[in-house]
Design a protein around this ligand. Structure first.
Ligand SMILES: [Ca+2]
Ligand SMILES: [Ca+2]
Ligand SMILES: [Ca+2]
Length: 465
């Protein structure tokens, strides 16, 4: 493979001259994909050598302008490009209907916008109404004015190291190859064009990097010379792009692109080389002694799991639909989450790792400030609620997909005596017990008797408290 790289005419690599005024580990960064370059080189070489069957990456390989990045589609039905918005020259990733994560160091004005691709379920432009910068990392939380259709699950576990990840960004084209003592070591950062790209890598360490004046908790990977694996590295202006991995069939946002190791010098005090190197041995860093290790350059993303408490303190507020208030739509959303059995961190209101009826109680009582049975959401549990339940016609009708407004209080899709028990527990002083008894008497005689008895027992219990 390396021999083929050597033999290859490399005239296809773009020659770029661009001013570089970035500081180490604080510049805007971008992404290029090494193996696609290697594959292109290999393909070029093989074309001279004999018949060549095209590969899936051909669309990238043979694009004359961005030929050496994977510019799409991304894996999983373009998920990674659909879910992210453009923010300044970088990107932002939503983690709730109305909150996105990006980076401080892009210095995007606070009144900016986030724009999604027209192909995305989130398609359109959203106004930023608030930015909240994290005090001890490069992260910026962005609040927008309208709820999105799709967002990512942030990763709050402890298992990042060893995970294969998807890197995403909007960075530069690929520049000139970089040689040291005649040996290919990587490629310079090319022209910035804002085109999105993606690649793959593996998280190898948790560390901290100095970005935006903070010691940012970070996930680290290396740009390894692995052909055919979409091995990616960040370059200029990929800041804010998401780093994702899959676990148990679900994709998680593990990090936000923050920094990349650059520049390098061929001699102490020599010219800065802004490049993605797959072997940094015998180069000099921006300052300091010659690097003795044989390794790829490092890339870094801010570790989302390190800021879980911060995110929860802002986002986990019961407004599950991102409407700006808490009400029946949030109850219905919670019901969907609960019934699906899937974990939604925003619905885990007591932060115990599960979404269950304890969270439901917190949402209805503590956050929304109402009671089970207040189906018309006026703060009272009374005759009007019972009338609404009766009018919906779902009482004792089996599993009808009933919602809060129908009278389903325990989130099983039915309106039955289990719900009546919950309603009895919050029965208001203005309510008429007759209406509740009328309701409980509706079923056929065969079942009405025990139910009446049950209701009577509960009422007795309640009075005795
Ligand atoms: Ca919980
Ligand atoms: Ca009510
Ligand atoms: Ca129910």
């Amino acid at each position: 493979m390396k021999r083929l790289l050597w033999l290859c005419p490399c005239g296809w690599l773009r020659s770029v001259a661009e001013s570089r005024d970035l500081e180490i580990l604080s510049g805007d960064i971008a992404l290029l994909t090494r193996s696609s370059i290697a594959a292109t080189v290999l393909a070029s070489a093989l074309l001279f050598l004999g018949p060549w069957s095209s590969q899936a990456r051909a669309v990238v390989i043979y694009d004359p302008d961005g030929a050496f990045r994977l510019t799409g589609p991304t894996p999983n039905d373009n998920y990674f490009f659909d879910i992210q918005g453009n923010y300044g020259v970088g990107m932002a990733t939503p983690i709730a209907p109305n909150y996105l994560l990006s980076v401080k160091h892009l210095n995007v004005p606070s009144n900016n916008v986030v724009t999604f691709l027209s192909s995305s379920p989130n398609a359109g432009q959203y106004s930023v109404v608030q930015v909240i910068d994290h005090a001890d990392s490069d992260l910026r939380l962005i609040k927008i004015d309208q709820p999105l259709a799709m967002w990512a699950d942030p990763y709050f576990g402890n298992g990042e190291v060893g995970k294969d990840v998807i890197l995403t960004g909007r960075g530069t084209q690929v520049g000139d190859p970089v040689f040291l003592s005649g040996e290919l070591r990587g490629w310079e950062w090319g022209t910035f064009d804002g085109v999105r790209s993606w690649g793959e890598n593996t998280i190898t360490a948790k560390t901290t990097v100095n970005v935006a004046g903070t010691n940012t908790p970070a996930l680290r990977w290396t740009f390894d010379p692995i052909a055919g694996a979409n091995q990616g590295q960040l370059t200029e202006r990929d800041s804010g792009g998401g780093v994702f991995f899959e676990e148990d069939g679900r994709w998680y946002l593990a990090g936000i692109n923050a920094a990349v190791e650059a520049p390098f010098k061929k001699s102490s005090g020599g010219e800065d080389i802004w490049a993605a190197l797959f072997n940094v041995r015998n180069f000099f860093p921006a300052s300091g002694p010659r690097i003795n290790q044989t390794r790829g350059s490092y890339g870094y993303a801010t570790q989302i799991s390190a800021v879980e408490d911060w995110l929860r303190s802002i986002i986990v507020d019961g407004d599950l639909t991102g409407s700006g208030s808490v009400g029946i739509p949030d109850f219905d959303y919670f019901s969907q989450v609960y019934q699906s059995g899937q974990y939604d961190w925003r619905a885990d209101l007591n932060n115990d790792g599960v979404v269950d009826l304890e969270d439901w109680h917190i949402l209805v009582h503590d956050i929304a400030g109402t009671f089970f049975g207040d189906v018309n959401f006026d703060g009272q549990v009374d005759d009007f609620d019972i009338q609404q339940i009766l009018a919906s016609g779902k009482f004792m009708a089996g599993d009808t997909g009933a919602t809060w407004a129908d009278g389903d209080m325990n989130l099983d899709g039915r309106v039955d005596m289990d719900d009546i028990l919950l309603i009895l527990d919050s029965w208001g002083s203005t309510a008429s017990l007759d209406s509740l008894m009328t309701m409980a008497a509706i079923p056929e005689p065969a079942t009405a008797g025990p139910m009446m008895l049950g209701a009577g027992m509960l009422l007795a219990r309640r009075r005795n408290r």
